[in-house]
Design a protein around this ligand. Structure first.
Ligand SMILES: Cc1ncc(C[n+]2csc(CCOP(=O)(O)OP(=O)(O)O)c2C)c(N)n1
Ligand SMILES: [Mg+2]
Length: 581
């Protein structure tokens, strides 16, 4: 439209920031997780205007630290599948989200990160021009470079007239598989530009769908079914198929029909741990033996330094992201790769297999199911044996602690497992029935579990959100910011800190590389942190219920009190002194 004509009409006139908020609402952003600064003055003013006029806009959650904001978006997306907005302050706020963007990108979770840019006018030429010291120092040459390795798309809004188009584009990209972060930068002068309502086009949701992931080439399916018909030791390893309910059901159905043991490798739980085919979290022995392997939605199925598959084994890789284009190296085998919706692809495979199954195949599958059952029983017995040792006062056994917590959780409750070297104990002792309820980060940036628990609680108020972290991870998570948000927005989460007085992972890594090195001789692993801290007080400072537990005998009652508080609406923190590193 010709701007001069439009400007002569009586159509109301608003700032770009007004349309930005409207556009966010139109693309289905329920929440903006915010940490504000001078760049947001136009947005803050338009928020007040929209509220006064009773017009819709996303809910605003103010987070004292950007790490909380970014990970809240992760938690919300984990539960709903929908990316939310994270609004931060120019280059410095963006830098503080880098750890979160790493985790969101590696977890394939959508998010729209937005930041202002320092004003470009200096002499008050335009509304929003530079008016304070920081405007002169917050303009780097390449602001997006702070998070670029973790982005699928980035842009600086050149004019308010295209704000809604830019939001639509950002939305389509973040929501298309493999999902991930997108980044929009906006200058203050752009946000204050006025446009009348006729000049701003709407981009309707039904015309801007995300790209859907499809099924596989029937020829490949037929060839894979033939392989499975002849397989003697088939296995399936998955990392994040459980995000997709359909994929979860399809894996279980295929595994039960064909007698395939299912292993989980990081990220989330994928099928019911009570499935007769679920065999655990380390596929190493099975990988050595496998003649046909299925890698389904997985990033790291095993560590090649620990185990190598058989040379002539046949591997099929089915994934929403077979290429892993975000990784310079990815060297797991794939004699056949099918990128798409693993639920649909596995349905195709099962159908084909059923059509071709012979009595000999059915017998072999039944035989395999017996072996899988024996392996399952062995694992379950081992878990019980480990949990039976309660530990000593001041050195609670993490297996026992996790097993006691398991007794208090419902199927739908969500666990954010950031307990690092104790993550395997949590997985082993808290078996889950509902997929995608015990979550680990796809990335390696510690400090994610608190914000993620908050975001998931916001999306699913009736489910308990439990953050289990190490003492090191607790520090990384900016806990004062986490508990401040829990208090201010009434998001009661349960935090269990497994305190072993430092970074056990760092010690273990040194020992793996130098089993008989100088660090070992000296007993100096640079891993100890302050031993006599009282983490409970951090929670208490923000109104949370908090206690410390050192004696294993007190664990069940301490946990029960904390869970009761959280279910009653108040955040709770349990500081557990576990076996020292
Ligand atoms: C942001 C970030 N900084 C540093 C690391 C390196 N790192 C990996 S594990 C770990 C120790 C974590 O300590 P804690 O949470 O107490 O778990 P523990 O190793 O004691 O089980 C560190 C520092 C990381 N992964 N992420
Ligand atoms: Mg620790």
């Amino acid at each position: 439209m010709d701007t001069s004509v439009a400007r002569e009409t009586n159509v109301p006139d608003f700032a770009t920031a007004y349309y930005l908020l409207e556009g966010l609402n139109e693309i289905g952003v329920d929440y903006l997780f915010c940490n504000f600064g001078t760049d947001h003055a136009p947005i803050i003013d338009e928020m007040a205007r929209r509220r006064k006029r009773g017009e819709p806009m996303p809910g605003v959650v103010r987070c004292p630290h950007e790490n909380t904001a970014a990970h809240m978006a992760a938690g919300y997306a984990l539960v709903t599948g929908r990316g939310q907005g994270v609004l931060v302050h120019v280059d410095v706020g963006t830098a503080n989200t880098a750890n979160g963007m790493h985790n969101l990108f590696r977890s394939r979770l959508p998010v729209l990160l937005m930041a202002g840019k320092a004003p470009y006018t200096v002499n008050d030429e335009l509304l929003g021009s530079r008016d304070t010291y920081v405007h002169f120092v917050q303009e780097p040459f390449d602001q997006a470079s702070l998070v670029r390795p973790y982005l699928k798309w980035e842009w600086t809004l050149p004019s308010g007239v295209v704000v809604k188009e830019a939001l639509r584009r950002a939305h389509s990209i973040m929501q298309s598989e493999p999902r991930g972060p997108v980044y929009l930068m906006m200058q203050r002068e752009t946000l204050t530009q006025h446009w009348n309502a006729d000049e701003i086009r709407r981009y309707a949701a039904d015309q801007f769908a995300a790209t859907s992931s499809g099924s596989a080439d029937p020829k490949l399916i037929a060839a894979l079914a033939d392989r499975l018909l002849e397989a003697e030791h088939p296995i399936l390893i998955t990392g994040y198929a459980g995000r997709n309910e359909h994929a979860s059901r399809a894996i279980d159905a295929l595994a039960q029909f064909a007698g395939i043991g299912v292993y989980e490798a990081n990220v989330t739980n994928n099928i019911s741990h009570e499935s007769p085919c679920f065999v655990g979290f380390s596929a190493d022995d099975a990988v050595r033996e496998a003649d046909v392997g299925l890698l389904v939605d997985v990033d790291v199925p095993w560590f090649p330094s620990d185990v190598q598959p058989k040379e002539n084994a046949f591997w099929a890789h089915i994934d929403i992201d077979t290429l892993k284009p975000g990784s310079p190296m990815w060297t797991f085998p794939g004699n056949m790769r099918m990128q798409g919706d693993s639920g649909r692809i596995l349905d195709q495979l099962l159908e084909e297999l059923k059509a071709k199954a012979t009595p000999r195949f059915a017998e072999a599958a039944a035989e395999r199911l017996k072996r899988i059952k024996a392996a399952r029983n062995k694992r379950i017995a081992r878990a019980a044996e480990l949990a039976a040792d309660k530990g000593e006062p001041g050195a609670i056994n993490p297996h026992y602690l996790a097993a006691e917590l398991a007794k208090l959780l419902d199927d739908e409750d969500m666990i954010f497992n950031e307990s690092v070297t104790n993550a395997p104990a949590v997985l082993m002792q808290i078996p889950r029935r509902v997929p995608n309820t015990t979550i680990r980060a796809g990335g390696g940036g510690l400090g994610w579990s608190g914000g993620t628990a908050l975001g998931s609680k916001l999306a699913a108020p009736n489910r308990l959100a439990v953050q289990i972290c190490g003492d090191g991870s607790f520090y990384f998570g900016n806990p004062s910011s986490v508990f401040a948000v829990a208090q201010q927005y009434k998001l009661p989460i349960l935090t269990v800190v497994m305190d072993n007085t430092g970074w056990k992972a760092v010690k273990e890594s040194t020992l793996r590389v130098f089993p008989n090195g100088e660090a070992k001789s000296a007993g100096a692993f640079e891993a100890n942190l302050a031993p006599d801290v009282h983490f409970a007080k951090v929670g208490e400072a923000f109104g949370a219920y908090a206690e410390e537990v050192s004696d294993p005998a007190d664990v069940p009652t301490a946990l029960a009190r904390c869970v009761k508080e959280v279910r009653g609406g108040r955040a709770a923190l349990l500081h557990a002194r576990i076996t020292r590193l």
